[in-house]
Design a binder for this molecule. Structure first.
Ligand SMILES: [Zn+2]
Length: 477
């Protein structure tokens, strides 16, 4: 099991607060009396653009996530979760289907899942759960199994919280059926323009102009190194947005507690991806980067009688394992087509090293292998993504700004050892040829094996002008 500085800090903090935290694992004695399966509800919270290392439970020094941290202390934290793909729709589809992108086919923010695709939603609907999804983005994806799908970028996290709680009060409290509520908070996604009360949390004078998407694009376009406090100004805004989302999570949990429902509810908190924060090539967005700031997210599981308390797993796991784990904890069988596997064997006892895990980038042109503390990026075609939309480049040109389209300059092979190089600055590929060959073979075999079973998946592109305008506003098109 890896031993990152963040984990050590977590352990130190837990010890300082009087908690007994066992890296070797909680035991059955750490569980409260079991809750009968038929009474268990599920609350899944995914946070857009939440880097693991900007959460307190994963070692961040700022108080960005006090409520998530509390859940982690009282429940279980996986602090090395690899998302399948660093983009919202593909990543959320992978979380919900427990499949890689190649199998569910949602390769961008416009592609719909094929009708009839089994998901966490359809499975729990079949099991008699009352399912509602409240999504700050991706509400126009085809989410079968949910009787209510609400949301959109016009709602901030507070408004989304209100929509969810209205649904909960009206349709879940005192209902015979258990509920499955899924909330996808969008606040930490760009643009970062926190409410003044939150902006002031981390900066006496928040520099709101730094939080626009175009500001970030311009830095990449100009290939401008951030000097002095400029990066700090950007991070202050990002952290403030995270704290706002965390307060919404607190509000929801308090509401469920007051309703007497929380103790029968399995709570899971994770993210669709993180973000670059100028760790590589003066780039600060999430699409277009295969690095760990984008691909590593936290997963917190909490539930009295369902999840052991005070347990940390630092072995890398996959976001496609989330849905099978939740089904398992709810006592429900997972569909055969789920490719992820339940993490419940890691809930107690020692955690053996896991197998290498593979994530995708740029529609599978680039594959990423995570093997313990090693991280390998394989780019056989030397593909370089244009990360600034063409129209934005044209606007900058028209304004006479010196610079040009930015392409993430990835090598054919990149290998990093996270034990010594958390920010992936020192490419070891030339020095470790045997490992590079082994990981490249592994990734190629993985892709080929999926291609043999992916044949026949039929996806459509969404036909919705408002959605296209929304993507343009975000700079995706
Ligand atoms: Zn996202």
């Amino acid at each position: 099991m890896s031993d990152f500085p963040s984990r050590r800090r977590f352990l130190q903090r837990a010890a300082a607060s009087g908690l007994l935290l066992s890296a070797a694992g909680g035991t059955a004695s750490a569980l409260s009396p079991p809750i009968p399966h038929k009474r268990r509800n599920l609350l899944l919270i995914t946070v857009d653009t939440l880097r693991a290392d900007h959460t307190g439970c994963c070692g961040y020094e700022r108080s960005t996530t006090p409520r998530i941290d509390q859940l982690a202390r009282e429940g279980m934290l996986f602090d090395q979760v690899n998302v399948q793909y660093g983009l919202t729709w593909p990543s959320l589809a992978s979380i919900m289907t427990a499949m890689p992108v190649q199998l569910h086919g949602v390769k961008n923010n416009e592609t719909l899942m094929a009708a009839g695709t089994p998901t966490l939603g359809t499975s729990l609907d079949d099991a008699g759960f009352h399912c509602g999804a409240f999504l700050g983005f991706a509400e126009k994806q085809r989410w079968e199994g949910f009787s209510t799908v609400d949301g959109g970028r016009h709602l901030d996290d507070g408004q989304l919280t209100s929509r969810f709680l209205e649904w909960f009060d009206k349709e879940c409290v005192n209902a015979d059926a258990p509920f499955f509520g899924w909330i996808h908070f969008y606040g930490p996604h760009l643009p970062w323009r926190p409410d003044p009360a939150y902006g002031a949390l981390f900066s006496p004078e928040p520099q709101l102009e730094c939080g626009s998407i175009n500001y970030q694009y311009q830095i990449s376009y100009e290939q401008r190194s951030l000097q002095g406090g400029a990066l700090r100004d950007i991070i202050d805004l990002y952290d403030a947005e995270i704290r706002r989302t965390d307060d919404c999570i607190d509000q929801i949990l308090q509401h469920l507690s007051t309703a007497g429902m929380l103790d029968h509810t399995l709570v899971a908190v994770s993210a669709d991806h993180g973000t670059e924060l100028y760790d590589h090539h003066n780039y600060g967005l999430h699409w277009g980067s295969p690095y760990n700031g984008v691909y590593r997210v936290p997963l917190v599981l909490w539930g009295p009688g369902m999840v052991p308390a005070q347990r940390l797993v630092s072995r890398p796991v996959r976001s496609i394992d989330i849905a099978p784990t939740l089904m398992d904890l709810l006592g429900q069988p997972a569909p055969d087509r789920f490719m992820g596997t339940s993490l419940t064997p890691l809930l107690a006892g020692d955690v053996p090293p896991g197998p290498p895990l593979i994530s995708e980038y740029s529609e599978g042109k680039i594959l990423i292998v995570r093997d313990g503390d090693q991280r390998f990026i394989w780019n056989p075609q030397r593909y370089q993504n244009n990360v600034i939309p063409v129209q934005v480049v044209e606007e900058f040109k028209a304004a006479g700004i010196p610079g040009g389209q930015f392409r993430m300059p990835l090598e054919r092979y990149e290998l990093y050892d996270l034990r010594e190089d958390l920010k992936e600055q020192n490419n070891l590929a030339d020095a470790r040829v045997a490992e590079v060959a082994r990981y490249a073979d592994l990734a190629a075999a993985w892709k080929q094996s999926l291609a043999s079973i992916a044949h026949g998946v039929q996806n459509e592109t969404i036909d919705d002008e408002a959605h296209r305008e929304s993507l343009k506003a975000l700079g995706y098109l």
